[in-house]
Design a protein around this ligand. Structure first.
Ligand code: 3H9
Length: 646
């Protein structure tokens, strides 16, 4: 049984025990439904307390059931039944009450909460709207102004705010169950009327402002505006009609590709930090991290560790470079404080956890050292030769290289079982992707340590075997080849950018190149040519040779006004690349997208076949968290797989 019933005098305590998050799966709903009947008929019972076992009340409906048609009793039916119960029901909330969990609590006649409990309706993150009354009952309890951000803008309420708004009736400071039972025992035996207070329409200006705000926070997703629409429908037509409309919208959105993609990512992101083959491996404790190199990458990596509470030593070759690195780091923490993400005191505390050292000797006591120096094999080899000598034998040594073969870097490192690639993405304190690249000798303990650290830093770790560019940059290279081929064949580069932006990327590949600087790609192409690889002259080479290296030189593929990142069509660029632009018919927008996503998926399949990635899902996570692939599309592998099955 996933529900237990205990009697505390005349109060029945129902505990939902369905780990890990007490999701309201069919059998839980069925048992609860039956228990409402049983308790209503029990003359010994005066009130009911509903609680969750473990660390939370209820995390929501069971998302794993969403691929099937709804099974009875549905959650809306169960909540209506609780609402209509003869005895008063009290939800006792601790940890989280989310989605269907909060909706269940809203169906109860009273709510009490432990200090620090968090309540929210995060359904829109899954491409759906609350489907069990949340869009109707919450506004009727706490008002439209406070409810809309929770329903449509992902805002969570803590226990204090919930009390202030009237969402909970009391905060229980001591043990929750005892407090809830005492609260329930004092209730009059007749339940209060169901919470269906009428809402008055605040007028068109209110709705216009709310729509604008919700659309802005929606990040290209359709559910948030649908959620707002459901709220408004209930205001215009009453609660009952609102509940009907909400349910219809929920059921319709559940079957969209957008929701399927977002649910797929929900499970993929939770599974990624805990690979099955490492479940029984104990990671090494990491209490002090060294970062070698105080450039943009090194400082970002140092910030990522500090943000996760780990003390850091930053190492540079010379004092002025160290000062610059420390200043960059300080800048990152105080910028976070200025934006209101952390307090000034927290920024100071994060900086206080950073020490600097010139040379590598100061890193000898570190449990982990991450190298983030210039991408040059000899420089990196020397760093690891020195670290191998200076660091403890059990210290983990990691390289942040993006292209160099880690086997080459660790060639002369004694005990390479402690060596691993940790490929962060810039800015490293912001980007969620972490490619974890084991060396053939890396021990499973060191690998488990990398995944543990990723969890601690809130990263999405993906294991990549060794190949040029690992998973992400290898796929990026493939899109570069493909986009260049399209331009050569006559499709304007601006049309490619526009097509991918409309598909959902924040910017197109050519705008991205202008932002990153064309010279890096140019240098890579030149290096490949020097190695004897055949890299035909492309439009990018012509632009760089003409001095057009991107935004930093005032122009690349596009022109830019000083201090402004808005791309403008460039006659100069058009003239420079003209000799290499073909006269073929340009592709239409959907053809461009099909071609480029197809190429990504094709490269992904090759990466899988070679065993570089462990799963197609890992490839999608790389694209979503490292390369701006739109979440609503799930990733190139998900998308092409769905298309093939359609
Ligand atoms: C909904 O409620 C719809 C209703 O409006 C209408 C219905 C008619 N279902 O995150 P964690 C799994 S939609 C199934 O690492 P934490 C998760 O996959 C739902 N499984 O834990 C993972 O599995 P595994 C609205 C779920 O302690 C494990 O639980 N609710 C669900 O860091 C642990 O997850 C939400 O969107 C679920 N609802 O955080 C809330 N939730 O171990 C989504 C989690 O096999 N959940 N799992 O990898 C969360 O935000 C967090 O899980 C929570 C716990 C804060 C609850």
């Amino acid at each position: 049984m996933t529900i237990t019933l205990d009697r505390h005098g005349s109060v029945a305590v129902l505990t939902i025990d369905n780990p890990p998050v007490n999701a309201l799966k069919t059998s839980v709903r069925a048992q609860l439904y039956q228990l409402v009947e049983v308790l209503d008929a029990d003359p010994e019972i005066s009130a009911v307390v509903l609680r969750g076992a473990g660390k939370l009340f209820v995390g929501g409906a069971d998302i794993g059931e969403f691929d099937r048609p709804p099974e009875t009793p549905t959650l809306p039916d169960l909540i209506l039944r609780v609402e209509a119960a003869v005895k008063p029901w009290v939800a006792a909330i601790h940890g989280h009450a989310l989605g269907g969990g909060l909706e269940m609590a809203l169906g109860c006649h009273y709510r009490v909460a432990a200090l620090g409990a968090v309540m929210g309706l995060p359904e829109v993150n899954l491409g759906i709207i609350p489907g069990a009354g949340g869009t109707q009952r919450l506004p009727r309890l706490i008002g439209l102004e406070a409810a809309i951000p929770v329903i449509a803008e992902r805002v969570m309420l803590d226990s204090d705010r919930a009390l202030q708004l009237g969402l909970v009736d009391r905060i229980i400071e001591g043990p929750l169950t005892e407090g809830a039972v005492a609260f329930a025992a004092r209730l009059s035996q007749t339940r209060p009327p169901a919470g269906t207070r009428p809402l008055s329409d605040p007028g068109p200006a209110f709705w216009e402002a709310a729509s604008a705000r919700v659309a802005k926070a929606a990040k290209g997703q359709s559910a948030p505006l649908a959620a707002l629409h459901a709220v408004r429908h209930g205001v215009d037509h009453g609660c009952e009609a609102g509940l009907r409309q909400e349910r219809e919208t929920f059921l319709a959105l559940k079957t969209t590709q957008e929701s399927a993609a977002l649910r797929y990512l929900f499970f993929a992101e939770r599974a990624a930090p805990r690979p099955a083959d490492l479940r029984d491996v104990t990671p090494r404790p990491i209490a002090l991290v060294g970062v070698v190199g105080g450039g943009t990458m090194g400082s970002g990596i140092a910030a990522a560790f500090r943000n996760a509470g780990v003390p850091v030593i930053l190492s540079e070759r010379e004092a002025p470079a160290l000062e610059r690195g420390l200043a960059t780091l300080r800048g990152l923490f105080y910028a976070a404080a200025r934006r209101g993400h952390i307090s000034e005191a927290e920024a100071a505390a994060r900086m206080a956890g950073v020490t600097g050292c010139v040379g590598l000797e100061g890193l000898s006591s570190c449990d982990l050292v991450v190298e983030a120096v210039f991408e040059d094999l000899n420089v990196k080899r020397k760093v690891f030769a020195d670290l191998g000598r200076l660091c403890r034998a059990d210290a983990v040594l990691a390289t942040n290289t993006s292209y160099i073969d880690p086997r080459q870097i660790a060639l002369n490192l004694p005990a390479p079982e402690r060596f691993i690639g940790l490929h962060f993405f810039s800015p490293a304190h912001v980007m969620k992707l972490l490619e974890v690249v084991p060396h053939p000798a890396t021990s499973s303990e060191v690998l488990a340590t990398a995944f543990q650290l990723a969890r601690q830093m809130g990263k999405v770790p993906v294991r990549s075997d060794i190949c040029e560019g690992f998973i992400g940059n290898r796929m990026l290279k493939r899109t570069r080849v493909e986009t260049e081929a399209l331009v050569r064949a006559g499709t304007p580069f601006a049309a490619i950018d526009a097509a991918l932006r409309r598909f959902g990327f924040a910017m197109g590949p050519f705008e991205m190149q202008d932002m990153a600087g064309l010279d890096i790609a140019y240098m890579n192409r030149e290096a490949a040519r020097a190695r004897g690889e055949s890299v035909p002259e492309g439009p990018l080479d012509l632009l760089v040779r003409a001095g057009r290296k991107g935004i930093k030189t005032g122009g690349g593929w596009y022109d830019y006004a000083q201090g402004d990142r808005t791309p403008h069509p460039s006659e100069a660029a058009a003239a420079i690349i003209a000799p290499l632009v073909g006269a073929g018919a340009p592709l239409a927008e959907d053809q461009i997208v099909d071609r480029l996503i197809g190429a990504l998926a094709d490269e992904g399949r090759a990466i899988l076949a070679e065993g570089i990635a462990s799963s197609a899902t890992d490839i999608d996570l790389v694209q979503i968290h490292g390369y701006g692939f739109p979440r609503t599309k799930g990733g190139p592998m998900f998308l092409t797989d769905r298309k093939a099955k359609a």
